[in-house]
Design a protein around this ligand. Structure first.
Ligand code: Q46
Ligand code: ZN
Length: 300
């Protein structure tokens, strides 16, 4: 197997592009996909400092690596979810990565903030762990960005994450979620930080290859609370389709983005309500985070 561009031995085959690349050409291709996402969706400029949400996994660490390589100013943000050894290891990987590269990192610990970890919060509020976790993560990304004056928050969601979320939203006809799904969520005229996903064009397999080639030391373990999550079933289903028809995953997601303005002419993300409790974007009067926390005896 030879690299299509320079004809030296290839390190990766990309069936969806009917091609193969050596390391240098693969990295060049991958960086261009990130640049394309940033410019097509007007995610951010080099004048801004980007708050990058870092879980300690391959996608977020690789995103941080790429943004710095491309010359963007960044600060990392790690939320320790309080899930035993998994969270301790995630924080360790993130801190080691930041330290080795001299990058600024903010760490927020759920256990210290609430006196409870995400598993206990989910139990007390009678919510599935991932649902409670997602709500709390979103709140703190927004809150920290607002308090520290960041105009943009970037997350490491890749194509598999976005396509499987779209698949789940369609299977369940979740119209409000479909309307909100986008690689860029508005800052509502500077009221909040913009939320962006610069890896949305890149599948998990390519991000894993990139992380390994760049010797990024990421956490290999899956979160113990992810077991049985529907999202993994949707990812599997899309992977089966991708094998039968390479490129299907990206076409599915890009097709949605193309049709979205016709499907939802007045986009909700450009006109959300403001939560009466915390001042963050929400769809009713009180946001999901404030409703969740009201049900849990957390330290204040
Ligand atoms: S960290 Fe949180 Fe994920 Fe763990 S509890 Fe679920 S949502 S699986 S990305
Ligand atoms: Zn709120």
């Amino acid at each position: 197997m030879k690299c299509r561009r320079c004809k030296i031995p290839a390190v990766i085959k990309l069936p969806r592009h009917n091609t193969a690349f050596c390391r240098a050409c693969f990295e060049d291709y991958l960086h261009k996909q990130v640049i394309k996402a940033i410019s097509a969706d007007k995610m951010f400029s080099k004048d801004e400092t980007i708050l990058v949400a870092i879980s300690g996994g391959k996608d977020s660490l690789a995103l941080w690596h790429i943004l710095n390589l491309l010359g963007y100013q960044t600060v990392g943000l790690h939320l320790n979810l309080g899930i035993g050894n998994y969270s301790a290891l995630s924080q360790e990987r993130t801190e080691d990565f930041a330290k080795a590269r001299g990058l600024e990192l903010i760490v927020q610990n759920y256990q210290e903030t609430y006196g409870l970890g995400i598993v206990e919060i989910a139990k007390e509020s009678a919510r599935p762990p991932c649902s409670a976790c997602g709500t709390i993560k979103r709140h703190h990304f927004n809150r920290i960005a607002m308090e520290k004056g960041f105009s943009v928050v970037a997350t490491g969601h890749n194509l598999d994450d976005e396509a499987s979320r779209l698949f789940g939203n369609l299977l369940n006809w979740q119209m409000p979620y479909l309307e909100k799904q986008s690689p860029t969520l508005s800052d509502n005229g500077g009221q909040w930080a913009r939320k962006v996903k610069p890896l949305y064009r890149l599948p998990e397999r390519e991000m894993a290859a990139y992380a390994i080639l760049n010797k990024i030391d990421y956490i290999l373990e899956e979160c113990p609370k992810s077991k049985g999550a529907k999202m993994f079933v949707y990812k599997e289903a899309l992977n089966t389709l991708e094998i039968a028809s390479p490129g299907r995953k990206l076409a599915f997601y890009l097709g949605f983005l193309k049709e979205k303005p016709q499907l939802f002419p007045s986009q909700i993300e450009n006109n959300p309500n403001v939560c009466d409790g915390c001042g963050q974007p929400c769809q009713g009067e009180t946001c999901g985070y404030c409703r969740l926390i009201a049900r849990v005896k957390v330290k204040t």
